[in-house]
Design a binder for this molecule. Structure first.
Ligand code: NAP
Length: 328
């Protein structure tokens, strides 16, 4: 089978397209013929060796796929031919999703909802679970609250906009270009702000009559976090989701006290080991929302597996919108 292999750390150019012997799946694993693999921002960090989890070299990147089951143990509940979506990072990533075949632990595999395409399914789990846990579990978002989502046109941003609207919030989304603002509008944002050309904190205050946003969903960090503290409402919650800006902001705890707001962290992957019982109900809620038409992954680019380095570069460079997927 063909797979992209990382033998040295670096930018997307270090990926090598190789013939890899798939061997037999390890005991208990579900073997999947990959139809689509999502590119996620952390993939680039993993390839560069700057992500919190550091797979041993060599490894195949990609933590999220959809496809058809080739073989599965009877105890897994899956059978050959099932259309599934799966996360691949359990137990350390050695052979990820930028590949024609992937193996996953049964608990990280689920049947695709009826009517969902392989491309949509590849990017469904991580981004929507992140949005769900960030908004509901960590921020306790309530209907009619104002939700400010940064990098709203990105993978987790587009999911968070849809989830915020589904929860009954008023959604303000920021993004770095007019094209991206248009994507945010199409995802359902009530208001959009170009944070490269406008002071989003002032705009949010204008839109909320000076009150500020009840919840800020922040995958960007750095200056974006700093300015968010200027437009967070009384008893508001800032959810720290990521640091795409490249700078990890420092929270001023005196300011947190004086303005009565909370800064809460989200590391979705940790729920898999610390509170796995919370993941399945979230997955069911997300499938219900998909089937009722309230959420739909925004797949903006589909590229053949052979073009993985270019696809990864576009996501790492902040150029993509929604999800970029590789197809086999
Ligand atoms: N906490 C968790 O459990 C969890 C789970 C999944 C993902 N994440 C994190 O969430 C973040 C977003 O992931 P994603 O998959 O949505 O990424 P994405 O689709 O690539 O979107 C990221 C966006 O960040 C913005 N950005 C600002 N400064 C940037 C820079 N210097 N370089 C690149 N992008 C920049 C860009 O939007 P603009 O042009 O609009 O600024 C870009 O579109 C990542 O940090 C990822 O690690 C966290």
């Amino acid at each position: 089978m063909k797979a992209w292999v990382v033998r040295e750390l670096g930018g997307p150019e270090v990926l090598r397209f190789e013939d890899v012997e798939p061997g037999q799946p390890a005991d208990g694993m579900v073997r999947i013929a990959v139809r689509a693999a999502a590119i996620n921002f952390p993939d680039a960090l993993m390839v560069a060796g700057t992500y919190q989890s550091k797979p041993a070299l060599p490894f195949v990147p990609g933590v999220e796929v959809s496809g058809e089951v080739i073989a599965a143990p009877a105890s897994s509940g899956f059978k050959a031919g099932d259309r599934v979506m799966a996360l691949l990072d359990s137990g350390g990533l050695t052979r990820g999703g930028y590949s024609q075949i992937a193996d996953a632990v049964p608990s990280a595999v689920s049947l695709m909802p009826a009517g969902m395409s392989f491309e949509e399914a590849a990017g469904f789990t991580l981004t929507y679970q992140t949005g769900w846990f960030g908004l509901h579990r960590r921020a306790n978002l309530k209907p009619n609250e104002t939700l400010l989502i940064h990098a709203g046109a990105g993978g987790v941003g587009t999911a968070a906009i849809q989830l915020g609207k589904a929860a009954g919030a008023t959604v303000i989304a920021t993004a770095g270009s007019d094209e991206k603002l248009e994507v945010c509008r199409r995802m359902g944002a009530d208001h959009v702000i170009n944070y490269k050309t406008q002071d989003f904190a002032e705009e949010v205050k204008k839109l909320t009559g000076g009150r500020g946003a009840d919840v800020v969903f922040d995958p960007v960090g750095g200056d974006v976090y700093d300015r968010s503290t200027k437009c967070i409402a009384f008893e508001g919650r800032i959810v720290i989701v990521g640091f795409t800006s490249g700078r990890i902001a420092q929270a001023a705890t005196n300011h947190v006290l004086v303005k009565n707001y909370s800064v809460v962290g989200l590391h979705w992957g940790l729920y898999k080991s610390r509170a796995p019982e919370l993941i399945a109900p979230a997955a069911r809620a997300l499938v219900d929302l998909y089937e009722s038409g309230k959420i739909k992954p925004h797949v903006s680019v589909r590229l053949p597996l052979a073009e993985a380095p270019a696809a990864l570069a576009s996501v790492a460079g902040g150029k993509s919108t929604g999800k970029v997927v590789l197809t086999t």
